[in-house]
Design a protein around this ligand. Structure first.
Ligand code: ADP
Ligand code: ASP
Ligand code: MG
Length: 410
C-alpha cells in the first residue's frame, strides 16, 4: 500500500459542491488501496477576503495577528472536507498545522518550515483514516501560529510528502498542469508533460504562480516527485522530476510574467568603490529581497543605480535608499510601480546561442521598450511597462512557436 499526498487549491474547494467533488476523488484514491493525506487551501478567495478585513481595520496589521486571522481560512475547509468524506462512509480526521507538528521559524506571514513531526498523521493512517491537514500554516517552537506566504499550501503538501516518504505529491488545481505560459493570458499555451526541478524553480521564481517557489525548492532538496493536475478531470498533468528523469532537455520551456515588483532608482550617485556595497548591505540588513539590479554608464564620475523589489517592500526600500543616498551624496530616489517582468525559461538555452536575441526581437517588433535585463544560465528576464506585459508574453510565446509545445533540441 503506497502513501499519496494530495493538495487541493482554493478554486477547487470554492463551494460545497466542489468540496463534495474533492471528497469523492479522495475516497476513490483510498478505495484503490492507497493511504491518503490531503492538504487543502481556504475556500475560494477566503484568504483575500480575510486580508481585506484586516486592512479595513488597520493600515499595518501586526504580522502575528494577521497569521492568527489568515490561518482560520484553512481550518474551515479541513473540517468541511472531513465531514464530506464521512458522508461518503469513510473515516477521516482533520488537523491544523500545529496539530501535525509543522514547526516553522517565527517570520510571521512568510515563515519557513523547520521540521515536520507528523506523529499524529502516522497514528491516524495506521488506524485506516484519511488524514486532512490545513495548508499554509504552522507553529513556532513557542506555540505561535504562523503562515507560509501566499500559495503556501503547496509547500505544506510537499513538506508532508517528504516527511512521510510519499510516493507522489499531487497538486490539484484549476488548470490542467504547468503550461508554456499562463493559460489565462495565452489561450494557445500548451501543457508541459515533464519539467526538471531547475526549470520549475525558474518558472515559479519568475511568476508562474501555479506552484509556490518554496514548494519546488523543498521538492528538489528532498527528491519529492510532484504531479500538477486538474481537480476537475482525471487526465495526466505535469510531472516535476529530477533532471536526469526528464527524457529530453528542452531549449525553451515557457514564458512567465510577474506584476508584483516595483523599480527603485537612486539617482546621481558618485561612481566609486563601495557605493553599491553600502546600498545593498542596508537593504539586506532590512530583510529586503532585491531581484534585478542595473547600474548606468557613468558620466563625470556620477551614475544611477536601479533595482527591483516586491511592491510590498518598495516603500521601505525607498526609505532605506534615501538614507543611504543622503550619506553618499546622491541627488534623490524615485519609485516606479508601473513595471512588470517577462521571462523566458529553458534548460537548454545556455548552449544554444541566439535565444536572447530572438526574445529581444519579439519585443522590438511590437515597439516594447526593455528597461532592465537579467540572465541566469536557464532564464532571461526583461523589465517592461506593466501595461505592455501581456502583449510581451504573447509576442515571445509566438516568436518561439510555443503554441506547438516546448522547444526541443534538434
Ligand atoms: P490554487 O488555488 O489551486 O493553488 P493558483 O491560483 O495558486 O491555484 O495557481 C493556478 C493558477 O496559476 C492558474 O489558474 C493560472 O492562471 C496560473 N498560472 C500562471 N502561470 C501558469 C503556468 N505557466 N501554467 C499554469 N498555470 C499558470
Ligand atoms: N490560502 C492561502 C493563499 O490564498 C494558501 C494557498 O492557497 O496556498 O495564499
Ligand atoms: Mg496556489
Amino acid at each position: 500500500m503506497s502513501l499519496v499526498v494530495q493538495k487541493y487549491g482554493g478554486t477547487s474547494v470554492a463551494d460545497t459542491e466542489k468540496i463534495k467533488n474533492v471528497a469523492r476523488r479522495v475516497v476513490a484514491t483510498r478505495e484503490k488501496g492507497h493511504q491518503v493525506v490531503v492538504v487543502i487551501s481556504a475556500l475560494g478567495d477566503t484568504t483575500d477576503r480575510l486580508l481585506e478585513l484586516a486592512h479595513s481595520i488597520s493600515r499595518r496589521p501586526p504580522a502575528r495577528e494577521l497569521d492568527m486571522l489568515l490561518s482560520t481560512g484553512e481550518q474551515i475547509s479541513v473540517a468541511l472536507l472531513s465531514m464530506a468524506i464521512h458522508e461518503l462512509g469513510h473515516d477521516a480526521i482533520s488537523f491544523t498545522g500545529a496539530q501535525v507538528g509543522l514547526i516553522t521559524d517565527s517570520t510571521h506571514t512568510k515563515a519557513k518550515i523547520l521540521r515536520v513531526e507528523g506523529g499524529s498523521i502516522e497514528d491516524s493512517l495506521r488506524q485506516g483514516k484519511i488524514v486532512i491537514v490545513a495548508g499554509f500554516q504552522g507553529v513556532t517552537v513557542d506555540n505561535q501560529i504562523t503562515t507560509l506566504g501566499r500559495g503556501g499550501s503547496d509547500t505544506t503538501a510537499v513538506a508532508l510528502a517528504a516527511a512521510l516518504g510519499a510516493e507522489v505529491c499531487e497538486i490539484y488545481t484549476d488548470v490542467d498542469g504547468v503550461f508554456t505560459a499562463d493559460p489565462r493570458l495565452v489561450p494557445e499555451a500548451r501543457k508541459i508533460p515533464r519539467l526538471s526541478y531547475e526549470e520549475m524553480l525558474e518558472m515559479a521564481a519568475t511568476g508562474a504562480k501555479v506552484l509556490q517557489l518554496r514548494s519546488v525548492e523543498f521538492a528538489r532538496n528532498y527528491g519529492v516527485v510532484i504531479h500538477v493536475r486538474s481537480s476537475f478531470h482525471e487526465g495526466e498533468g505535469t510531472w516535476i522530476v529530477p533532471a536526469e528523469e526528464s527524457m529530453e532537455r528542452a531549449i525553451i520551456s515557457g514564458v512567465t510574467h510577474e506584476l508584483g515588483e516595483a523599480k527603485v532608482t537612486v539617482q546621481d550617485v558618485p561612481d566609486r568603490p563601495g557605493v553599491a556595497a553600502s546600498l545593498f548591505r542596508a537593504l539586506a540588513d532590512a530583510n529586503i529581497n532585491v531581484d534585478m539590479i542595473i547600474q548606468n554608464v557613468s558620466e563625470d564620475n556620477r551614475t544611477s543605480i536601479s533595482f527591483t523589489v516586491m511592491k510590498e517592500d518598495a516603500e521601505k526600500a525607498a526609505q532605506i535608499s534615501r538614507e543611504v543616498a543622503e550619506r553618499l551624496g546622491a541627488s534623490g530616489v524615485t519609485v516606479d510601480d508601473g513595471i512588470a517582468k517577462v521571462s523566458l525559461v529553458g534548460a537548454g538555452m545556455k548552449t544554444h546561442p541566439g535565444v536572447a536575441a530572438q526574445m529581444f526581437e519579439a519585443l522590438a517588433e511590437r515597439g516594447i521598450n526593455i528597461e532592465m535585463i537579467s540572465t541566469s544560465t536557464i532564464k532571461i528576464s526583461c523589465v517592461v511597462r506593466a501595461d505592455r506585459v501581456e502583449e510581451a508574453v504573447r509576442a515571445i510565446h509566438s516568436k518561439f512557436g510555443l503554441e506547438k509545445g516546448v522547444v526541443f533540441r534538434e
